[in-house]
Design a protein around this ligand. Structure first.
Ligand code: LLP
Length: 421
């Protein structure tokens, strides 16, 4: 469920007509619904009711500080994967003890920043990283709380570019070597082993892969405890998928996911963390773009819109589907037209949809890409020197620009011409 509905013939974000935002901000822009963000966070929080838990929003999905603050005020922690994300979370008011630091390549500088500012735990992914963290923490006179991310060798059954839990993926340490690596961790100064971490991939539309992974984590918990480790926290990662089409897709609900978690690891008495990103932000955001031209090709019509692959790269990068709807509500019974929907960037890859049936639109009309809240704005670039796409947040009948579009002057001034030119 989301809060983007037609009302009085026009698509609204909560109580705000998108045409009103477009008139003020220009297109393209991302718009997020506060109510949807909070609803999705609450679904996870409630799904884990009865367990000691923390929902750490994977902020890589959408990291504007307004989004982080909205979620943090509701009680969310954050999963960060870089110094930049850590600093963003802190700037948005997230306390260090609610931030977990994930990622395969944390540098000493990143470790230092997090140890200085406060951190809930590092999710460590390799022996060399563990040694580096031990050295940094010791040199600072600190103890770094750690979990070790294990790679359970489970097929997440998702797009190859976002599967992370198979042995050929770069993530985690092979579960077969877990005991050895935990023994090493226990022997190193500056570290305190507190738990286990696992994340097998993103946009999972079945529970079975989670179940396989979590059962392995449960077994490993018992083994490591028998080895003398105090395993008291399990970070179970993110990955629960969302429906990208309105029609027949029905991925498992957070509630069912919560039941699975309790069934597989609930008996261990561990504190539970999860790191959902997409399910919280995905259907809480739209990309709104304007039609520049409708162009007739040899055998097809192209809808050339002012949003492009640099603003939303998911279709080009993962062959992802986004529902695309007109902002003006079509009259009942309107016959669909068929378009290839493309941006102005000079590559054929700048195609959002091929032969997409939708209500007919004309130059000057606004259209909205649904399910664009996660991995949309954060993956945007300025390719083709197109200004970074702005972001807007709606809350009831109010809206605010939460990241404005840079001016061309600002863009041009970022380059520096060397003295010899
Ligand atoms: N935790 C870790 C360690 C992760 O690597 C990720 C996502 C998450 C949590 C959050 O997963 P989620 O709940 O959002 O599925 N750009 C791609 C998705 C990349 C996901 C990367 N890791 C896309 O647009 O589909």
């Amino acid at each position: 469920m989301d809060h983007f509905l037609y009302r009085d013939g026009t698509l609204h974000a909560e109580d705000v007509p998108l045409s009103e935002i477009a008139a003020e901000v220009g297109t393209p822009f991302y718009v997020y619904s506060t109510a949807t963000l909070l609803r999705h966070y609450t679904l996870f929080d409630e799904a884990l009711e009865g367990t000691d838990h923390l929902v750490c929003y994977a902020m890589k999905a959408a990291s504007n500080q307004a989004i982080l603050k909205t979620l943090a005020e509701a009680g969310a922690g954050m999963d960060v994967v870089s110094q930049g994300e850590y600093l963003r979370a802190r700037a948005a008011g997230v306390p260090g003890d609610r931030i977990v630091f994930s990622g395969v390549g944390k540098t000493a500088a990143e470790m230092r920043t997090a140890l200085e500012g406060g951190i809930r735990q590092f999710n460590v992914e390799s022996e060399p990283e563990m040694q580096a963290l031990s050295a940094v923490a010791s040199e600072m006179g600190r103890i770094a709380p750690i979990t070790i991310r294990i790679n359970p060798d489970v097929d997440a059954k998702t797009h190859a570019k976002i599967a992370t839990g198979k042995s050929e993926n770069k993530f985690g340490i092979p579960i077969s070597r877990a005991r050895q690596v935990y023994a090493l961790a226990a022997s190193l100064p500056g570290l305190e082993v507190i738990g286990i971490d696992v994340h097998i991939g993103s946009q999972l539309t079945e529970l079975a892969p989670f179940e396989a992974a979590y059962l392995k984590v449960a077994e490993l918990t018992e083994t490591l405890r028998a080895d003398g480790h105090d395993i008291r926290r399990l970070d179970l990662g993110g990955g629960l998928g969302i429906p990208y089409t309105r029609s027949n897709e029905a991925p498992p609900l957070p509630l069912e996911y919560g039941v699975l978690i309790k069934r597989t690891v609930g008996h261990l008495g561990c504190e539970i963390e999860i790191e959902p990103g997409r399910l919280i932000a995905g259907n809480a955001g739209l990309l709104v773009t304007g039609v520049i031209y409708v162009k007739s090709g040899e055998d097809r019509d192209f809808l050339i819109v002012d949003g492009a692959m640099n603003d939303l790269i998911r279709p080009a990068m993962y062959e992802a589907h986004h529902d695309i709807i007109p902002v003006t509500e079509p009259a009942p019974g309107t016959e669909h037209a068929t378009y290839d929907i493309v941006g102005p960037v000079c590559e054929t890859g700048d195609t959002f949809a091929r032969q997409r049936a939708m209500p007919p639109v004309a130059a000057g009309d606004l259209i909205a890409f649904r399910s664009a809240g996660a991995y949309g704005a954060v993956m945007a670039s300025e390719y083709n020197t197109r200004p970074l796409v702005p972001e807007v947040m709606v809350n009831g009948d109010q809206f605010a620009v939460i990241r404005r579009r840079p001016t061309f002057d600002e863009i041009l001034k970022r380059d520096t011409i060397p003295a010899w030119l």
